[in-house]
Design a protein around this ligand. Structure first.
Ligand SMILES: [Zn+2]
Ligand SMILES: [Zn+2]
Length: 336
C-alpha cells in the first residue's frame, strides 16, 4: 500500500511505495533486464507474464485479445507506485499525508526487444502519441485523478529497469509541482496581457531560429533557453491545444513528424541515447485554454549531483544554442 506524504519543510509531495522494493539490497543499479526470447515479460508471446491487457494496437481482426500479434500494448504495472483503491490514514500536522491512490500503467510501444523511441518510424511515434492521448482521456475521467503523466525511461542511466522499450503512465490525485509551476507562469503571462506563454515562446524562438532543431507545418522541436541537460529538447504543436490530454489527432501527427527526426539526431550524436521523455498536459477537470501540451526530452548523459540535489539549480555544460546547431546538422544529414 502506498502513501502520499508532504514534506513539512518544502511542501514537496513524495509517494512512499514500499511494495516496489522490499529490501535495501534490491536497490541495485540499472538493470539491463532479460534478453529477448528468454523471460522478457514485454516480448510477444509472453503476454501471460503481465497483468491483464487494457488496450492494444495492431492485432489482426479476430486475433484473440491478450495474445501476440500486437504493435503496441497497454497493461497495469505489476508493481504499481499508486493504485486506485489504496486507503491508508490521512496525516496530521506536521506530517501531512493522504492515501496513495492513483493509476499506474505500462505502455509497450514495440514488439521488438531492442531499440527505443529513436528507432520508431514517425508513423509509429504518431500512433504512440495517439495511444497515450486515449489513455490520458480515460484516466483523466476517473474520480480522484487530478493529473495524468505519461513518461519514458530509456536506458539504465534514465531509470529503466527492463530493457524492452516501454513507457509508463501515472495518474495522480495531485497536480505535479512542475506542472503547477508551469500553469502558474502561463496564467501570469496571460494576466500581464500576453496570450499563451508557450504559443508566444514558439513564435519568438522561430523568429530567432538559433535554438530550433526541427520545424514542421504543425509543430516545432527546440532546445529550451534554460536547458537543464545537454541536448535537452522541447517538442510542441504550434496550434494551441489545452486540456488534460495530448491535443488532437492532427497535432499528435504533426509533433511526431518533427520529434522523429530530432530523436534520430540525438542518436546520431550518441548511439542508444539514455533519455527521459515526459508529456505535460493540463490538469484533469482544470480550466480550459490554460495549458499548452508539450513533450520534454531529457538526455541523461550527465548525472545529477550534490549541487543540483541541494539547490535545485542545474549546471549544464552545453549551451542550448550549441546543442541546437549540432542537432540541426544531424537532422539535415539524416534527411538527405
Ligand atoms: Zn522483450
Ligand atoms: Zn498555446
Amino acid at each position: 500500500m502506498s502513501q502520499w506524504r508532504q514534506d513539512p519543510l518544502t511542501g514537496r509531495w513524495v509517494v512512499i511505495a514500499e511494495g516496489r522494493h522490499r529490501r535495501p539490497d534490491e536497490f541495485a543499479p540499472a538493470v539491463a533486464g532479460p534478453a529477448a526470447g528468454e523471460t522478457c515479460p514485454f516480448c510477444p508471446g509472453h503476454e501471460h507474464m503481465t497483468t491483464p491487457e487494457i488496450t492494444a494496437r495492431g492485432r489482426r481482426e479476430r486475433a484473440p485479445a491478450g495474445g501476440p500479434g500486437w504493435r503496441m500494448r497497454v497493461f497495469g504495472n505489476m508493481f504499481p507506485a499508486v493504485r486506485p483503491g489504496d486507503g491508508g490514514p490521512l496525516g496530521e500536522a506536521p506530517w501531512p499525508a493522504r492515501p496513495g491512490r492513483g493509476h499506474h500503467e505500462v505502455v509497450v510501444f514495440t514488439p521488438e526487444h531492442g531499440g527505443g523511441l529513436h528507432t520508431l518510424a514517425d508513423d509509429d511515434l504518431a500512433e504512440l502519441l495517439l495511444l497515450l492521448r486515449e489513455r490520458m482521456a480515460d484516466l483523466a475521467a476517473c474520480p480522484e485523478v487530478a493529473h495524468v503523466l505519461p513518461f519514458f525511461n530509456q536506458g539504465g542511466e534514465a531509470g529503466a529497469t527492463l530493457a524492452h522499450p516501454h513507457g509508463q503512465i501515472i495518474a495522480t490525485p495531485l497536480v505535479p509541482q512542475l506542472v503547477a509551476t508551469k500553469l502558474e507562469r502561463m496564467r501570469q503571462w496571460r494576466g500581464e496581457g500576453g496570450g499563451c506563454l508557450l504559443c508566444d515562446l514558439l513564435a519568438r524562438e522561430e523568429a530567432t531560429g538559433e535554438r530550433i532543431v526541427a520545424a514542421g507545418d504543425g509543430a516545432l522541436v527546440l532546445a529550451p533557453w534554460a536547458s537543464r541537460f545537454p541536448c535537452e529538447l522541447l517538442a510542441a504543436p504550434r496550434r494551441h491545444v489545452d486540456g488534460p490530454v495530448a491535443g488532437s489527432p492532427e497535432d499528435c501527427t504533426a509533433v511526431a513528424r518533427v520529434l522523429g527526426p530530432a530523436l534520430r539526431a540525438l542518436a546520431a550524436v550518441r548511439p542508444e541515447p539514455p533519455l527521459n521523455m515526459i508529456l505535460h498536459a493540463g490538469p484533469a477537470g482544470g480550466p480550459e485554454d490554460e495549458f499548452h501540451w508539450h513533450l520534454e526530452i531529457l538526455p541523461r548523459w550527465t548525472r545529477l549531483a550534490g549541487f543540483e540535489a541541494g539547490s535545485g539549480f542545474a549546471i549544464n555544460s552545453l549551451a542550448p544554442e550549441t546543442a541546437a546547431r549540432r542537432l540541426r546538422e544531424e537532422v539535415a544529414r539524416c534527411a538527405s
